[in-house]
Design a protein around this ligand. Sequence first.
Ligand code: NAD
Ligand code: UDP
Ligand code: UDP
Length: 312
Amino acid sequence: MRKRVLVTGGAGFLGSHLCDKLIHEGSDVICVDNLFTGNKDNIRHLLGNPYFEFIRHDVTMPLYVEVDQIYNLACPASPVHYQYDPIQTGKTSVLGALNMLGLARRVKARILQASTSEVYGDPEVHPQPEHYRGCVNPIGIRSCYDEGKRMAETLFFDYKRQENLDIKVVRIFNTYGPRMSMNDGRVVSNFIVQALKGEDITIYGDGSQTRSFQYVDDLIEGMYRMMNNSREDFSGPVNIGNPGEFTIKQLAEKVLEMTGSPSKIIYKPLPADDPVQRRPVIDLAVQELKWEPRIDLDEGLEKTIDYFRQFI
Ligand code: NAD
Ligand code: UDP
Ligand code: UDP
C-alpha cells in the first residue's frame, strides 16, 4: 500500500522539493496550496503523475482528506512576504496548524510542523540549542511570523498531550536553493539575482549580522527522517540547519566572486528586529536522526547560481 501523504504549502520552494522526494519514495501525494507565494511552475513536472494531486486551498479553512501523514509547510517564509499581510500570516500559522491538527486527529495521521529558527527571535544565547526559549518581540513587524510559529508549536504539543496525537516538530534554519522565487526577498536569492543582473548588491545594516545557510536537499532529508523516525515518543522540536555561520557581508563577497559580477555593494537601513546572529546546535538531529548537512555553502551556492542563470 502506498502511503498517502499531505503536504501543505507544497507548491512553494521547500514544499515542492518535498513533494519530489515523496513521489520518488513511492508515496501518494496530495499537495495543498493557495499559491500566495508558491507557484504551479514548481510542481508542473508532477501534475501528470497519477500519484500526485494538487488542491488549491487556503489552510485557514477546514480541509477534509484521508491521509496517513501530514507535513504542514503552508506559510510565507520571506520577511517581505509575511509582512505584506501580517494578519493573514498569523491566521495561516495558527488556524492552519489548528485545522491540520484537527484533520490529523480525525484520520489518526502523524503530523509534522515546519517550524523555524525564528522562534529563537534575536537570540541572546549563541549558538541556539532546542532548549533555548528565545527572545522574541511580541508586537514588532516580525511577530506575526515568529509568534505565529510559536503558537503553532504550542498547539502541536497541546494536541500531543491532550489528544495523544503523533506529532513531529522541526525548527528549520535559513534554507536556500533552486526554486526560490526571483522576487522572494530573502538574502541568498536577492544577492544572486542582483549579481547576475549587474545591479547593486543591497546589504541591510553594516553586514556584520550572521546567518547559517543550509542547502535545500539537506533540509528535505532531515525533515523526511524526522517524519519517518521510528521513535513515536520523540516529537522534537529538533533543529535542522547547517552550523556553517557567515556574516551577510561575507555572503555578498562570496556571491560576487562566484558569479564574477561587476556589481557594487551598497548599504541600506537594517529592518527592525533583524536578528544579529544565528547558528543551530544540531547535536539532537545527529543523535536521533543520524542526520547532518552534507552540502557546504560554496557547493550549494554554485547549484543555486546555475539555477538562477536560466532566468537572466
Ligand atoms: P514559500 O513561501 O516558498 O512556501 C510557502 C508556501 O505556502 C507557498 O507555496 C504558499 O503559496 C503557501 N501558503 C501560504 N499561505 C497559505 C495558506 N493560507 N494556505 C495554503 N497555502 C499557503 O516558503 P518556503 O521557504 O518554502 O517555506 C516553507 C515552510 O518552511 C514555511 O512554513 C516556512 O515558515 C518554513 N521555513 C522555511 C525556512 C527557509 O529558510 N526557507 C526557514 C524556516 C522555516
Ligand atoms: N478540521 C479539519 N479537517 C478535519 C477535522 C477537523 O479541517 O478532518 C478542523 C476543524 O474544522 C477545526 C479544527 O480542525 O476547526 C480542529 O478540529 P478538532 O476536531 O480538534 O476540534 P473542534 O472541531 O472540536 O474545534
Ligand atoms: N538581507 C540583506 N539584503 C537583502 C536581503 C536580506 O542584507 O537584500 C539581510 C537581512 O537584513 C538579514 C539577513 O540578510 O539580516 C537574512 O535575511 P533573510 O530575509 O534572507 O532571512 P531572515 O532574516 O528571515 O533570517
